[in-house]
Design a protein around this ligand. Structure first.
Ligand code: UT7
Length: 343
């Protein structure tokens, strides 16, 4: 196992950083709204009108977050034409790691054979992919590293309370990945705006299993290991903060929304996306939406959506793309990038 040396001599040089390839993975098993009608008091009509979700992918019992992350990573590396041995850093954004430690990045490293990488996880809930992307960008931009693998991966079904209709219908499993490399042409990853508000942490959380409520029979009996959400409150903050972050990122980069070819938002609820589009006075067609087929895959959502947008031809070379996220913490962020003009 080699050690990656971060070269201090070139730090601060500021290179442009491109996404050289993307990949994603969704488990084979699909749960439709009709399947939920059989287990909780809900209806396809309620779920579709309140969320836009029609189906979501669910991992097998023996399928872990690192399994999904590794498959998305293999596809991203193939798209970039890069072998696993070239990867110097793996950062996995997840709130559903295989286990408290070791980190999921290390498990992915082993699965894909990226023996030369150093690896860790980032936890910023549904904002995790953009946070990890920004972290990776800093390493490549500074000249410290040349090849970084960023992955968002979640097995949300592992923290779902299947008796709580207000949350169980919302989430899905999957993974999205991107390979970061220096680029000679085009702007690559440009502006990022990120924010957090820990005073609102309790509105979206898994209360058990950490140092506050260590796992015990009691925490299990009380259901503290399940995701808890004050949906209506989260909705409000998501719309406000994502809209503000989008405006700030555009202002910082001297761009207007007309310059942006495609907005790829966190896929939690189509009504959140519609409200943001309305506030930004942007046509909804500018927003890439796949929440109908995936539900909310938390830290994986933007990575999966970006891969679908690229492979489906929705994002083309030279397009300016906006990634826009919000999640537990609260955390939020917006990244602007120019797609695909790599040397
Ligand atoms: O990824 C991190 C960010 N997460 C989000 O952005 C999620 C944000 N929140 C939301 O997307 C929405 O708030 C939800 C989809 C979670 C809920 O939609 P809502 O329009 O805010 O509904 P609500 O919570 O105000 O509930 C309305 C009604 C309630 O019944 P009463 O009290 O009016 O009689 C709920 O009990 O809908 C009921 N309800 C359901 N009914 C059928 C809640 N869940 C369900 C359900 N099926 N699955």
């Amino acid at each position: 196992m080699s050690v990656v040396s971060i070269n201090p001599d070139v730090m601060g040089e500021s290179r442009r950083v491109c996404i050289a390839g993307t990949g994603s993975y969704a488990p084979e098993r699909v749960m439709t709204n009709a399947d939920f009608e059989k287990i909780v008091d809900t209806s396809d009509e309620w779920i579709v009108t309140r969320t836009g979700i029609r189906e979501r992918h669910m991992a097998r019992d023996d399928e872990t977050t690192s399994d999904m992350a590794a498959e998305a990573a293999r596809r991203a590396l193939a798209a970039a034409g890069i072998g696993p041995e070239e990867v110097q850093m793996i950062v996995v954004a997840t709130i559903t790691p295989d286990m408290p430690f070791p980190n999921t990045g290390c498990l992915v490293q082993d699965k894909i054979g990226a023996r030369g990488a150093f690896c860790f996880d980032v936890e910023a809930a549904c904002s995790g992919f953009v946070y990890a992307l920004e972290l990776g960008r800093q390493y490549v931009s500074s000249g410290a590293l040349d090849t970084v693998l960023v992955i968002g991966a979640e097995k949300m079904s592992s923290m779902t309370d299947w008796t709580d209709r207000s949350t169980c219908v919302l989430f899905g499993d999957g993974a999205g990945a991107a390979v970061l490399r220096p680029c000679r042409r085009g702007r690559g990853l440009m502006t990022s705006v990120m924010g957090s508000d820990g005073s609102l942490a309790e509105l979206l959380m898994v209360p058990g299993g950490g140092s506050r409520n260590p796992t015990s029979h009691e925490t299990v009996d009380k259901g503290l290991h399940y995701l808890k959400m004050e949906g209506r409150e989260v909705f409000k903050y998501a719309v406000n903060n994502m809209t503000a972050a989008a405006r700030e990122a555009l202002e910082k980069s001297g761009l207007s929304l007309e310059d942006v070819a495609c907005v790829i938002p966190h896929q939690a609820n189509v009504r959140i996306i519609q409200a943001i589009a309305q506030r930004l006075h942007a046509p909804i067609e500018k927003f890439f939406i796949n929440v109908d087929r995936y539900g909310n895959t938390s830290g994986a959502s933007v990575g999966i959506a970006m891969d679908e947008a690229v492979r489906g031809g929705r994002v083309k070379a030279g397009d300016v793309v906006m990634l826009l996220v919000f999640g537990g913490g609260f955390t939020w962020g917006c990244s602007l990038l120019e797609w695909g003009k790599r040397s």
